[in-house]
Design a protein around this ligand. Sequence first.
Ligand code: ATP
Ligand code: MG
Length: 331
Amino acid sequence: MTVIFSGIQPTGRKHLGNLIGAIEQYVAGQDRADPAIYCVVDLHAVTVDYDPAQLRERVYDTTALLMAAGLDPQRCVLFRQSDVREHTELSWLLSSVTELGRLNRMHQFRDKSAAQRALVSAGLLFYPVLQAADVLAYRAHEVPVGEDQREHIELMRDVAMRFNSRSGETLVVPEIRVPQVGARIGDLQEPDRKMSTSAASQAGTVYVLDEPAAIVKKFKRAVTDSGSEIVHAPDKPGVSNLLQIFAATRGIGAREAEAAFADARGYGDLKTAVAEAVVAHLAPVRERYAALRADEAALEAALAVGADKARAIAAATLADVRDRMGVGARV
Ligand code: ATP
Ligand code: MG
């Protein structure tokens, strides 16, 4: 049976790119995998400037959002990363088969370290090793993520292969899984950049919990391209992005989305239609979120159950890894 694993950061507010690129794949994964494992990665959030008092709140925010989007703790394993200490131990053990030069060259490290005003922490550099441990601890076959994570998945595959060739077949080499439509949702103001939690401006970021009026406003101001043709094409990043968003919210392909606008009168029509589709798509999520977020005790209980299930799986992998590496007493 397929094991799926993915993690999501409890930083900031989750946006349309997170929902389409990742969270909706998580939801679908519940029907395909046994188990489907999803983790709110609070230990990744401490690698950049953050507020400790807010971190716990953000974990609840993100957990409630995941559940509102359709994750069911009965049908998947949903937990908080720091509750399962095997992740951090494994990340140390895997650091011995991780190439330092490679970490230095990772795009996310380069971008995020350039954006740090104060300290560039070693944690930011080490982030992909912890991420490798997150996935490899569960011997996951598939990792549903957005396109921006490809480099990190490549690294964890190499880490797993190097471990296996040094120490014998122990870890599963995971495959990336990006959605067919919406693997890289662009910022509405700068469609060549990915929509991001840590974007400088919020005008181009549509949050899952945005009010309908705010969503409409952001789409109305979306940057489009020269000309008036509504086509999905490399020289039309703005229009292509809007078509992708429309397609993803409707569950259709990009070409079908193009066809849906064959009679549209211009980019104004396109923006209005996409805004309406997104508002309709997000409304039920927003409604469920309010109810789920109000009950922190229930969220905490769900995370605790998830952590117990996760720990059982990760502990078995750790026992094998320790044994292969000669760490600890002979088993
Ligand atoms: P940051 O920019 O601070 O890294 P983020 O917006 O990437 O934040 P994450 O929690 O790191 O948020 O990402 C969660 C998931 O969402 C990942 O699988 C990531 O690939 C995916 N994702 C993030 N942004 C986009 C996007 N613009 N389009 C599609 N998927 C995305
Ligand atoms: Mg990210």
